[in-house]
Design a protein around this ligand. Structure first.
Ligand code: SAM
Length: 377
C-alpha cells in the first residue's frame, strides 16, 4: 500500500482521536499526545492535528449545525468526526475549501467517502450562518445564559469568543508553563522570603512553585494523592523547595494562626480557562456550580483560623460565575467581618465585589478572580 499524503494522514489521526474522545469519553489532553506519539508525523503536522482536534472539539456545536443542515440520517462516529473536522477547517481554520474537503475525505474508510465528500461540498458552498450566539460561539446554552446573567451580555460574549482562540504558551524562567493570569495571582499573594505560606489546593503546583521562588517556606497540599505527586515532581523539575502533603482543605491539618499567608486556589467550574480545555464545556454539568460554591465556602471557612494576626488570605478561582466569586466574597464578609479587604488589583483586572476579576478578553489571558483579605493585628 502506498503511504498516504501527509495532509490525509493528519486528518486520519485527527478523526481517530475525535472518535476516541466522543465514543469512549477519553480526555483530549491525554489521548492526543499518546496518538501523536505513535504516529510518524513531524512537528508541524502534529501541531496541525492538535489544532484540528482541539478546534473541532471547541467548535463542535457550531460545526454540527453547519453540517446537519444537509445530513438527514444518523451517521456513525467516524463519519461524524470527519464531518466536524471538515466543517471546522472550512468555517474556522482558513483552510481552502477544496483542500479541506479532499484531505478529510481521504481520511475516511471506503464506503463513507462519497457521503462525506457530498456533505462537505455542500457545507463549503453554503453561507456560514447560525441561529443564535450559543450555536455560533459553540457553547451549551446554559453556559452562555449563566455568564450573560453574571457578567452582562457584552462582557460574556467577548469572554466566550476569546476562549475559542488558541491559548498562547507562556513559559516561566524556571521552565514551568503557566498562563500569565496564574503568574499574576501568585504575585498577588505577596509572599516574601522567610514567611510561612500554605497553598491548600496546590496541584499541579504552578502557583506553589512560584510562591516558593520568593524564598517563602511553602506547604503545598492537595486532596488527591496522585495530584499531590504532581506538585512534588513539578517542584523537583523546577528546582523548587517546598513541602508537599495530601490533605483536605476543608479540614486542614495545621495549628491555628500558623501561617503568614494562605492561598486558596479553589476547585471551581473552570469557566475562565475553557480555551485550554476544549472539551470541558461539554463535560461540565450546570448543577456543579452550586456544589462547587458550597465547597469553596467551606474551604474558606476552614482556612481563616490558620492566619496569624496580620496574616493574609488569598482566594482565587479560574472561573467567572457570580456564585464562585461574589457569592464566596459575600459569605466571607458575613461569616468573618473582622477580616479587612486588601486593595483589589488594578487594570487589566476590574473591581468585582471586594476582589478583582480578570476577563479573558482584557489581556488575552485565562479568566480569573482574586480576593485578598487580612486578619487584623
Ligand atoms: C484550581 S486547582 C489548583 C491549581 C494550582 N493552585 C496551580 O496553580 O497549579 C484546584 C485543586 O484543588 C484540589 N482540591 C479539590 N478539592 C480539594 C479539597 N477538599 N482539599 C484540597 N484540595 C482540593 C484539586 O485536586 C485541584 O488540584
Amino acid at each position: 500500500m502506498s503511504r498516504p499524503t501527509p495532509g490525509v494522514e493528519v486528518r486520519r489521526v485527527a478523526v481517530a482521536a475525535l472518535v476516541r474522545i466522543a465514543e469512549h469519553g477519553a480526555y483530549a489532553n491525554l489521548v492526543l499526545p499518546q496518538m501523536l506519539g505513535r504516529s510518524e508525523l513531524d512537528g508541524r503536522d502534529r501541531a496541525l492535528v492538535t489544532d484540528l482536534v482541539y478546534g473541532s472539539l471547541r467548535m463542535q456545536r457550531a460545526c454540527d449545525h453547519l453540517v446537519d443542515r444537509f445530513v438527514m440520517r444518523d451517521v456513525d462516529p467516524e463519519v461524524r468526526a470527519a464531518l466536524r473536522i471538515g466543517a471546522y477547517q472550512i468555517a474556522f481554520a482558513e483552510v481552502p475549501a477544496h483542500a479541506a474537503v479532499s484531505t478529510t475525505v481521504g481520511a475516511v474508510e471506503g464506503r463513507a467517502r462519497g457521503f462525506v465528500n457530498a456533505i462537505l461540498r455542500r457545507v463549503a458552498d453554503a453561507p456560514v450562518e447560525f441561529p443564535d450566539d450559543a450555536t455560533r460561539l459553540s457553547y451549551p446554552d446554559w453556559i452562555v445564559e449563566r455568564l450573560e446573567t453574571d457578567l452582562g451580555r457584552e462582557a460574556a460574549l467577548a469572554a466566550l469568543e476569546t476562549m475559542n482562540e488558541r491559548p498562547e504558551v507562556t513559559t516561566r524562567p524556571d521552565g514551568y508553563i503557566q498562563d500569565t493570569a496564574s503568574q499574576w495571582v501568585a504575585e498577588l499573594v505577596g509572599a516574601t522570603s522567610g514567611e510561612r505560606v500554605a497553598d491548600l489546593c496546590a496541584a499541579p503546583g504552578g502557583k506553589a512553585t512560584a510562591l516558593a521562588h520568593s524564598g517563602a517556606r511553602v506547604v503545598a497540599a492537595d486532596l488527591q494523592r496522585a495530584r499531590a505527586g504532581l506538585v512534588a515532581s513539578n517542584a523537583r523539575r523546577t528546582g523548587t523547595e517546598l513541602d508537599v502533603l495530601v490533605a483536605d482543605a476543608t479540614r486542614p491539618p495545621f495549628r491555628p494562626a500558623s501561617f503568614d499567608r494562605v492561598l486558596l486556589d479553589a476547585p471551581c467550574s473552570g469557566l475562565g480557562v475553557l480555551r485550554r480545555r476544549p472539551d470541558a464545556r461539554w463535560r461540565l454539568e450546570p448543577d456543579a456550580l452550586d456544589r462547587l460554591a458550597r465547597l469553596q465556602r467551606r474551604i474558606v471557612d476552614a482556612a481563616v483560623p490558620l492566619l496569624r494576626p496580620g496574616g493574609v488570605l488569598v482566594y482565587s478561582v479560574c472561573t467567572l460565575t457570580a456564585a464562585e466569586t461574589l457569592g464566596v466574597d459575600d459569605h466571607l464578609a458575613a461569616a468573618h467581618p473582622e477580616l479587612v479587604p486588601l486593595d483589589a488589583p488594578g487594570e487589566p483586572w476590574i473591581p468585582h465585589g471586594r476582589g478583582g476579576l480578570l476577563l479573558p478578553q482584557a489581556a488575552d489571558t485565562d479568566g480569573m478572580y482574586v480576593l485578598r483579605v487580612q486578619r487584623p493585628d
